[in-house]
Design a protein around this ligand. Structure first.
Ligand SMILES: [Zn+2]
Length: 279
């Protein structure tokens, strides 16, 4: 059975922490480097429901995409919700490790997993990482559909392929428009509209689109926006990441058991369709 430090070295090889954004907080939140690891759970959010799932599963390591603490803290007291998470983890000998923007920019990264879930063929990064001579790492991906299809067909497939959430899929733009080139960015991608337009994409799949950026993008060009729940756009990465650790485990002869959390941690829980105002 490998020690936590050995498993973390394998994870750092996949998503080197030095490739994370400056503001990010990636790496190991808690855990004893010498503790043995046999079971690993992957999830998007380090929330109490997911930690409880890790306890039930008998996991020794929880790997999440989102950080537990993005900024400094002076308390992990169990009467705070994050402190409760830390207490549950430590009492149950579970380590927590975060791969966030370093996983976004990796090859394969979060947006490759999103593209794969949508049956898109990745051609290049949306914002290439200048330090990668192969030109494969970076933020977001530009992709092609195997055959052109209407926005409504594409949105229906996205709704069927991504894990279900109250939001489902929202579209801004002409549902009948036929698209072929699609940009994707897992998580909040509303800062990349210029790059998406420059790449000549017909549609852009991302999350957390707000009124003003979306409205202005619509005025600017006929780019179709496809907005999914933030959690749903990043969840495919957990399956990809588990498969990557499985491969490392086979290579090292570790016999690790990897699991992917299916707990929906998108904060939105219900959706009621509404109708436009009438005369
Ligand atoms: Zn995210």
């Amino acid at each position: 059975m490998p020690a936590l430090s050995e498993v973390l070295a394998a994870l750092d090889a996949l998503w080197p922490p030095e490739r994370a954004e400056q503001w990010d907080a990636v790496g190991t939140v808690c855990g004893d480097p010498d503790a043995p690891v046999s079971r690993v759970l992957f999830a998007v959010d380090p929330v109490q429901e997911v930690v409880d799932e890790a306890v039930k599963l008998g996991a020794n390591l929880l790997v999440t995409h989102h950080p537990l603490y993005l900024r400094g803290t002076t308390t992990v007291a169990a009467d705070t919700f994050k402190g409760r998470v830390v207490h549950t983890l430590i009492k149950n000998d579970i380590a927590l490790h975060v791969a966030h923007t370093n996983a976004d920019r990796a090859d394969p990264g979060v947006s490759d997993a999103l593209a794969g879930a949508l049956d898109l063929r990745v051609t290049r990064p949306l914002v290439p990482d200048p330090s990668d001579p192969a030109g494969r790492r970076g933020l977001g991906r530009i992709c092609e559909l195997d055959r052109p299809e209407s926005v409504s067909e594409f949105a229906a497939r996205a709704a069927a392929r991504l894990p279900g959430t109250a939001q489902g899929i929202r579209v801004a733009g002409d549902p009948e428009r036929v698209i072929r080139t699609v940009a994707v960015c897992g998580g909040s991608g509303d800062s990349l509209f210029d790059e998406v337009r420059a790449a000549g994409a017909d549609a852009y799949v991302t999350a957390d689109l707000r009124h003003h950026p979306a409205s202005e993008a619509q005025q600017h060009s006929p780019l179709v926006l496809v907005d999914a729940a933030h959690w749903a756009t990043e969840w495919p990465w957990t399956e990809q990441a588990a498969a990557q650790l499985d491969e490392a485990s086979d290579r090292h002869g570790w016999d690790l058991r990897t699991h992917v959390s299916r707990t929906v941690t998108d904060p939105w829980t219900a959706h009621a369709a509404s109708t436009p105002p009438t005369e």
